[in-house]
Design a protein around this ligand. Sequence first.
Ligand SMILES: [Zn+2]
Ligand SMILES: [Zn+2]
Length: 274
Amino acid sequence: MKVRFWGVRGSIPCPGPETVKYGGNTACIELILDDGRSFIIDAGSGIRELGNYLLKKGEVQKNSIKIFLTHTHWDHIMGFPFFAPMYIAEARIDIFGPRASEKDSLEEIVGGQWTYNYFPVLHKDLAAKVEYIELKEGEYDIDDGLRLKTKLLLHPIACLGYRFEYNGSSFCTVYDTEPFQKKEEIVEFIKDADLLVHDAQYTECEYKSSKAGWGHSYMEYAIEVAKMGRVKKLAFFHHDPERTDSQLDKLSEKYNSSSVNCFFAKEKDIIFLS
Ligand SMILES: [Zn+2]
Ligand SMILES: [Zn+2]
């Protein structure tokens, strides 16, 4: 398996000369299996380029596209209207994700972007065949040989952590979450993962001085749970949009010497899982 990052930021896209190195797009990750099948996690602004890439490769016409939304906050769904396969008649797109509340379905919230208040195309006029599949905390067989486990995280609305397992390798996403008081709860979920992509919007100092309760974690906490779970590689993710390349470089140096193999996720980085 390998993982490619198409968007690594939280909250809002932040393009510009100070974010060129790590990238300015919001959350979007591609998981690619050894046989070439690929799966998408989140539809932040990074999904626009991924859509163009899949079209160019001829993937869209060949296989159905499966997208796993961690939750429906805007930074995780804002790229959808610009995901070109949505406008291709041969495309079949399955959108998985949690229901944010009892009141609104996944389809209502995500599909609600295609109304004239927000966009010039209506959901009913999309060319692709789009289906919405609501997920809860649990275990699922997703595609031939690909197993998915989900865990509810600590965020203002329902947000799922994902654990994909395939051919003895495992890949976990745990972001848009506050730190768990009982660390064992999350350690069990990420145990022995080959790659953990974890929320690292803040430093410990920022979090403890003014950001507790905002729905995100800090780097020192991510390191601690990754270490407890014997994770092989830890990617800091959901970077604060205010964080510049030089600040991320400095933080990278600081955490390089930590006891866990960790790095700050960069747009277009490809990480190979053992
Ligand atoms: Zn977010
Ligand atoms: Zn969120």
